[in-house]
Design a protein around this ligand. Structure first.
Ligand code: MN3
Length: 254
């Protein structure tokens, strides 16, 4: 093939590729699948703009049955793969196309009073459950670090005093919600929130504000299959699967 023929052929290929929506500039951009601007849309030859990643359901680091007999396998499976997944999907749907798409969960919590209820409920649900799973472990008898234990002793007398007050917060929450241990400027604090609210939300500043170290889900969906109406038994069982090492890491990180 001579040079002239080669150039003609190359020009034909290039024209064909451009007609298919291909551009050399697009090679410099990471490929992002976006059904709104298909790469084969001949009307849109601009490089595709990467969209922010939607939120995703985090994987558990243990099997659904790993917390038996304290937390049963079926509850864990439904709680994670159905309840939590729904919060993630609904949160993404509520943020899709809004100015708040791409913000972190922490950023959303800090301005939650200005956002729609769907973001508050599902964003809180995603944050709370993502934290909750990391606080559970099949390894029995983990211990708080010396620093955290000293803080617990100072604020609650001793570990039994802490558990007693925390259980009271969990039992006292009427309907659905969470019990929390938070780090605040004035030391540790036990409190509870309704629904999927949490201590990072600007709405909780006066009530249950702080940095959440430990949260316990007291919605019936987290215990009803195994414990039915016996929330106290579920709270009692929680101490057997609580990962004090994870709580201690959160305490010492900040
Ligand atoms: Mn739940």
């Amino acid at each position: 093939m001579n040079r002239r023929k080669w150039l003609q052929q190359a020009a034909r290929y290039t024209t064909g590729l451009v007609a298919m929506g291909f551009s050399f500039r697009s090679l410099a951009q990471p490929y992002v699948l976006d059904f709104n601007t298909s790469p084969f849309d001949t009307q849109n030859l601009e490089p595709l703009k990467p969209k922010s990643m939607p939120f995703e359901l985090p994987a558990l680091s243990y099997a659904h049955n790993a917390l038996e007999p304290h937390f049963d396998a079926m509850t864990m499976e439904i709680h994670h793969s159905k309840h939590h997944a729904a919060y993630v999907n609904n949160l993404n749907a509520a943020l899709n196309g809004t100015a708040h798409e791409g913000k972190s969960l922490e950023e959303l919590m800090a301005i939650i009073s200005t956002l729609p209820a769907a973001v508050r409920n599902n964003g809180g649900g995603h944050y709370n459950h993502s934290l909750f799973w990391t606080l559970l472990t099949p390894q029995a008898s983990t211990k708080p670090s010396a620093k955290l234990e000293a803080a617990i002793n100072e604020d609650f007398g001793n570990m039994d005093g802490f558990k007693e007050q925390f259980t009271k917060a969990a039992m006292g929450r009427f309907g659905s919600g969470w019990a929390w241990l938070c780090r605040t400027e004035n030391g540790l604090k036990i409190c509870s929130t309704a629904n999927q609210d949490n201590p990072l939300m600007d709405t909780e500043k006066a009530n249950c504000g702080g940095y959440p170290l430990l949260g316990l889900d007291v919605w019936e969906h987290s215990y009803y299959l195994k414990y039915q109406n016996r929330r106290a038994d579920y709270v009692h069982a929680f101490w057997n699967v609580l990962n004090w090492e994870a709580v201690s890491r959160r305490y010492e990180a900040g």
